[in-house]
Design a protein around this ligand. Structure first.
Ligand code: ASP
Ligand code: MG
Length: 469
């Protein structure tokens, strides 16, 4: 069994969907046990979110957005299917679209959009695309069938980023897929609660869906088809010498994606890793490229690091005070308070003097984090154990990733001397005890230069020899 997932850009136009159908047909000829997971057509999820927000704010332009979605999907149906098959597809689509319209009209009338309703609205994107792709494959005589993942992927009710109940889900997937012949075309991203409420797995969650199906069906490989050649050593828009990393371990891939390499959703690795299933990233538009293979034991690499990833904009929260030295429980209070308010911490660094704790968070969370911490540390602020809670905006975090770092001394030294020579100031440093990544914070304006000098220091212009897209 193999699972292939196609992302939104791969399905951006009817012509591209045809290319995707070619890729699937070719694979199907050699590998009849196949499952396909799809995202919504490129940009559709954003448009659905936009329409929902417009409706909630009383802006009737949500109707025009629906009309756009309607013509886009009808165009795809017309382009991809022969005339007789178009009627059924159109009926399915128009019925669902009418439901979507009714929901949005309801949102418009009550001027309220709950996370639960937003998940339901978003779910239409994947349902439309999976249905149309399944029909397009049937037209090519592949026995494809449409599978709405809400039937099988069971989650809790955390709308917007629901957590999967793996036992129930794996069982349900096995039952449905094994009881039917043919090739399922599965909606990525969407799931449901035990009460049949629609949920989603978080933005870009279709990768995760593919991994869940791969694990449930004990796939030999999970292929993530996207619009780049694989995971690159750095962002090629900033570092033109960046090249495709041939192989990564699951942990390295997780670190790279956590720190901004958007090629694959970080949660994708977990289910595959548990069942030891390799994940391969492939480029829909350059299928001849080998891509990046992610597996338990990657082939040895000649470089001491695998790649450099970054998050362009973070805020730093600095909790400092001379009274913090030797005081216990402050870190605990900080993390508990932030966790209670769903503020995700990207990076932590504490000076060994214990004089300050520094946290990297998303800029949108900065003011809330400051408020929350002022409340949680009220006593410490009064007693002056903590002197100040400050926020610095416009910082970037860079993560240098690679398992070889464990075995190689002096990587940190090389990084910091390269940065020093380029006169780039390091604001904070953090290293996970796994030694899988060394991350540091710089001013946002220094980020491009930091990426270039580090790439040069470790890959030494090597990328020129290797093609990239
Ligand atoms: N369509 C969803 C999104 O845009 C999920 C995905 O594309 O993976 O976030
Ligand atoms: Mg994606």
């Amino acid at each position: 069994m193999m699972v292939m997932k196609f992302g939104g850009t791969s399905l951006g136009t009817p012509q591209r969907i045809e290319q995707v159908s070619d890729i699937i047909s070719r694979t199907y000829r050699t590998q009849a046990k196949l499952a396909v997971v799809v995202s919504a057509f490129g940009g559709v999820t954003n448009q659905l979110i936009d329409a929902a927000h417009r409706a909630a704010s009383g802006d009737t332009r949500y109707e025009a957005e629906l009309a756009q979605l309607e013509s886009r999907h009808l165009d795809a149906i017309q382009y991809l299917l022969p005339a007789p098959g178009q009627t059924d597809a159109r009926t399915f689509f128009m019925t669902e679209l009418k439901n979507l319209f009714d929901v949005l009209h309801g949102v418009f009338l009550v001027r309220e959009l709950s996370p639960r309703v937003l998940d339901f609205v978003m779910s239409f994107g994947e349902r439309f695309s999976a249905y149309i792709v399944a029909e397009a494959l049937r037209h090519r005589d592949i026995p494809a069938y449409y599978l709405d993942a809400r039937q099988v992927v069971r989650t809790d009710a955390r709308y917007g980023a629901a957590r999967v109940d793996y036992d129930v889900t794996y069982n349900a997937i096995q039952n449905v897929v094994h009881s039917r012949n043919g090739l399922p075309v599965i909606t990525g991203f969407i799931a449901s609660t035990a009460n049949n409420q629609t949920t989603t797995l978080g933005r870009s969650g279709s990768d995760f869906t593919a991994s869940i199906f791969g694990a449930a069906l004990d796939a030999t490989e999970i292929q993530i088809w996207t619009d780049v050649d694989g995971v690159l050593t750095a962002d090629p828009r900033v570092v033109p010498q960046a090249f495709t990393i041939p192989e990564l371990s699951y942990e390295e891939a997780m670190e790279m994606s956590h720190f901004g390499a958007k090629v694959i959703h970080p949660r994708t690795m977990q289910p595959a890793m548990e069942r030891n299933i390799p994940i391969r990233i492939r480029n829909t538009f350059r299928p001849e490229q080998p891509g990046t293979l992610i597996r338990r034991t990657p082939a040895p690499s000649p470089f001491p690091i695998k790649g450099i990833s970054s998050i362009e904009h973070i805020a730093l929260v600095n909790v400092s005070g001379s009274g913090m030295v030797g005081a216990t429980g402050i870190a605990g209070k900080i993390f508990t308070a932030l966790a209670q308010h769903d503020i995700n911490i990207i990076l932590i660094s504490q000076a060994s003097s214990e004089h300050s704790i520094c946290l990297g968070i998303l800029p949108g969370h900065a003011s809330r984090a400051q408020e929350v911490l002022k409340k949680a540390l009220k006593l410490e602020l009064l007693e002056k154990t903590v002197g100040a809670i400050e926020v610095e905006e416009n910082r970037s975090v860079v993560a240098v990733v690679g398992e070889n770092m464990r075995r190689t001394a002096g990587i940190a030294g090389q990084i910091f001397s390269a940065l020093g020579q380029a006169a780039i100031n390091i604001v904070a440093i953090a290293q996970g005890s796994s030694e899988l990544n060394i991350s540091f914070v710089v001013e946002r304006t220094d980020l491009p230069n930091a990426l270039r000098v580090i790439h040069h220091a470790f890959f030494n212009g090597k990328g020129g020899e290797v093609a990239h897209g």
